[in-house]
Design a binder for this molecule. Structure first.
Ligand SMILES: Nc1ccn([C@@H]2O[C@H](COP(=O)(O)O)[C@@H](O)[C@H]2O)c(=O)n1
Ligand SMILES: [Zn+2]
Ligand SMILES: [Zn+2]
Length: 641
């Protein structure tokens, strides 16, 4: 940057450099309109998966957690000024997807304290807090203690290591009164997850809704103005993982007219569903790409002291259905996670600049942790971009074309290197696109964060082995994929100057003619590719309009191979290599194909320290290191440290 550096404002400089990416457009379309503020308002995050540094390679999602700290403080201040309530909600999955959370053991050790800088009112647990025992205990011993009564895990327990007895990781429910007097009962419900390690227990929703404590909480002896049902749980009731519908129905059967406001996650999409005339549900994407906004008015409460229709701002106006007569009205919005968006919606909070000291400090903490973990260390320079879903499976730019080559080249047991082999991974193990240009230590977690190890069954008859991949892809699915965005379609946003709004952006409530009166004619704007969401309220939920990114469905499993004869002949037997994550599924597929295998036939193909986190770095060192001196940093890529 030309002007922002001085030793005294190193943090601003660092962040500014991170945003001044080559190739930035002159102008692009920002938020479409100011937010509608109601009696009760929510900001919602979910499935952050450690992306607190923001998207360093996509300015469209380029804000970091420090920017979110400043934004949330502005919104709290604004809520106070308007005389309304604002609640901050998170619905889990804090790890597995970024170096900031995953380059330490246990995951989250350094990123959770950064995450904790947001003043959440209620939070709940995700499945990624429960796969591994050390992470489950980090969540129980540290995270849940930081959040106390605000951490609500209504159906998740863990063995207390001191007593040996199962207890709730957080609280079963939270009953609280808002700043303006609304009385709220909160439940936090994880979907019926079964992949947890054996120290935790996920009580099925169908069981939970029959438990006496739950029935007592719904029939609480204090008045309830609204049920706040949060869950790491897709909101769409047709999603096979959804159990929020059952919980909502149970509450509704006992409380016919009390509003139930639902926040979900896990399927990584933007979504909003109307459940009934006083229940709606919002899901706010993934990976710090989306900040969810929901506002509502018309809640009946004898103790509410605030404004039902705050003045000087737009108000929610949508009824859940055309025939609703109960007076409840709603608005929902999916905000793109960038400074332009945050600065636009933070206006009029009476603060003269956007950045709070607390926000700048958090940005500085992120920079420090990135340095400490050496996250920008380079493995190699990727010659092209490989995407998860923007290209057909099998296309050269599809990431599973790359993994197929990388697996063949790196998953090699020296003592069996001449035995032909198939190497199979679940496509859900890949979490993000791999971008042309520098492939860093951080990127290795972004693309393939899990620590699933390579197992195998030796000498499987070729006639059987060649059909395993099809069997897996046709077999009952234990895996789930849901990808909502793609780097392929992302475009950088213009950098908005620190502490200074883009002058072409209107202030809240300003029309085009107001702008003209201030001498501002907007520059030609460009709609960038990104989220195009359709939900129960229609197609106006995306705060920033985008053009649609192509999205192709992918199979659940993909494979590479190596050491097959090159003369066109077929081998008699091959090694079938797969991840321990789905070993039992492979055994059952082989048996369906005529085998008589048991899990005792499965052993490690490589040392279990070589995992799904290892093979892409190994491949990058092998194939992409020579490109490093000429690496095109100009592909929207820059380093923050
Ligand atoms: N060891 C693991 C754990 C999970 N996965 C993949 O992640 C998916 C769940 O992720 P969410 O963010 O949606 O909760 C799961 O379905 C697997 O695809 C994995 O590969 N290895
Ligand atoms: Zn997730
Ligand atoms: Zn999840």
């Amino acid at each position: 940057c030309e002007s922002c550096y001085s030793p005294a404002n190193e943090v601003i400089h660092e962040r500014h450099v991170r945003r001044m990416q080559p190739g930035a457009q002159d102008a692009t379309v920002g938020p479409r309109a100011p937010l509608e503020w109601g009696q009760l308002n929510f900001l919602h995050t979910t499935d952050t998966h450690g992306w607190l540094e923001g998207h360093l390679k996509e300015q469209n999602y380029g804000a970091d957690w420090g920017d979110f700290v400043s934004f949330s403080r502005h919104m709290q201040q604004k809520a106070g000024n308007l005389g309304v309530d604002l609640l901050l909600v998170d619905t889990g999955d804090l790890h597995d997807g970024n170096g900031l959370s995953d380059a330490v053991s246990p995951n989250g050790l350094l990123s959770n304290p950064i995450f904790d800088e947001i003043e959440y009112d209620v939070l709940t647990i995700g499945n990624h807090e429960l796969y591994l025992t050390d992470i489950a205990y980090e969540t129980f011993s540290n995270f849940s203690k930081v959040w106390g009564t605000k951490y609500v895990t209504s159906n998740v327990q863990i063995i207390n290591p001191n007593t040996g007895v199962f207890e709730y990781i957080g609280n079963q429910y939270r009953y609280f009164t808002t700043a303006h007097g609304l009385r709220i009962m909160t439940f936090g419900v994880l979907y019926d997850f079964t992949g947890n390690s054996n120290v935790s227990k996920v009580i099925k929703a169908a069981t939970m809704v029959q438990q006496q404590w739950f029935l007592d909480a719904v029939n609480y002896d204090e008045p309830i103005d609204l049920f706040l049902l949060i869950g790491h749980n897709p909101v769409r009731t047709t999603d096979y993982s959804n159990t929020l519908g059952l919980v909502q129905k149970t509450i509704r059967s006992m409380r016919p007219s009390t509003p139930v406001q639902i926040f979900g996650g896990h399927s990584h999409i933007r979504d909003f569903q109307v459940y009934d005339e006083s229940s709606t549900a919002l899901e706010s994407g993934r990976y710090c790409e989306t900040l969810g906004w929901l506002s509502m008015s018309g809640i009946n409460s004898s103790t509410f002291t605030g404004n039902i229709k705050p003045r000087g701002v737009a108000n929610p106006s949508r009824k859940p259905s055309n025939t609703s007569t109960n007076g409840l009205v709603y608005s929902r919005r999916y905000l793109d996670w960038n400074r332009l968006t945050f600065e636009y919606h933070a206006t009029n909070s009476q603060a003269s600049t956007f950045d709070y000291h607390s926000g700048l400090r958090v940005t500085g903490d992120i920079t420090d942790v990135r340095k400490e973990l050496n996250l920008s260390a380079l493995y190699g320079c990727a010659p092209a971009t490989y995407c998860e879903s923007c290209q057909k499976f099998g296309a050269p730019g599809n990431i599973f074309s790359l993994t197929s080559i990388a697996l063949g080249a790196t998953v090699v047991n020296a003592s069996r290197s001449t035995v032909p082999r198939y190497i199979i991974v679940n496509t859900g193990s890949i979490r993000f696109d791999l971008v042309k240009g520098p492939f860093t230590y951080d990127d290795s977690f972004i693309v393939s964060p899990f620590t699933d190890a390579f197992q195998y069954i030796a000498n499987v008859p070729y006639s059987m082995a060649k059909n395993v991949i099809n069997g897996l892809n046709g077999a009952a699915v234990q895996d789930k994929r849901n990808s909502a965005g793609s780097l392929f379609g992302s475009m950088p946003l213009p950098s908005s100057k620190d502490s200074c709004l883009d002058p072409t952006l209107g202030l809240e409530g300003e029309t085009e003619s107001d702008l003209k009166a201030r001498g501002i004619t907007r520059r030609q704007t460009t709609v960038s590719p990104g989220y195009v969401t359709s939900d129960d309220f229609g197609t106006d939920g995306d705060d920033t309009p985008h053009s649609e990114i192509p999205s192709y469905s992918q199979p659940n499993y993909a494979q590479g191979n190596a050491s097959f004869p090159t003369d066109g002949t077929t081998p008699d037997v091959v090694d079938v290599i797969f991840l321990d994550y789905f070993a039992s599924t492979v055994v059952s597929i082989l048996n369906k194909l005529g085998g008589t295998y048991t899990i005792a036939d499965v052993s490690y193909y490589l040392d279990p320290s070589f995992t799904t986190q290892s093979y892409l770095p190994a491949y990058a060192k092998m194939a992409w290191q020579a490109n490093v001196p000429n690496c095109p940093v100009g592909e929207g890529v820059g380093f923050s440290d």
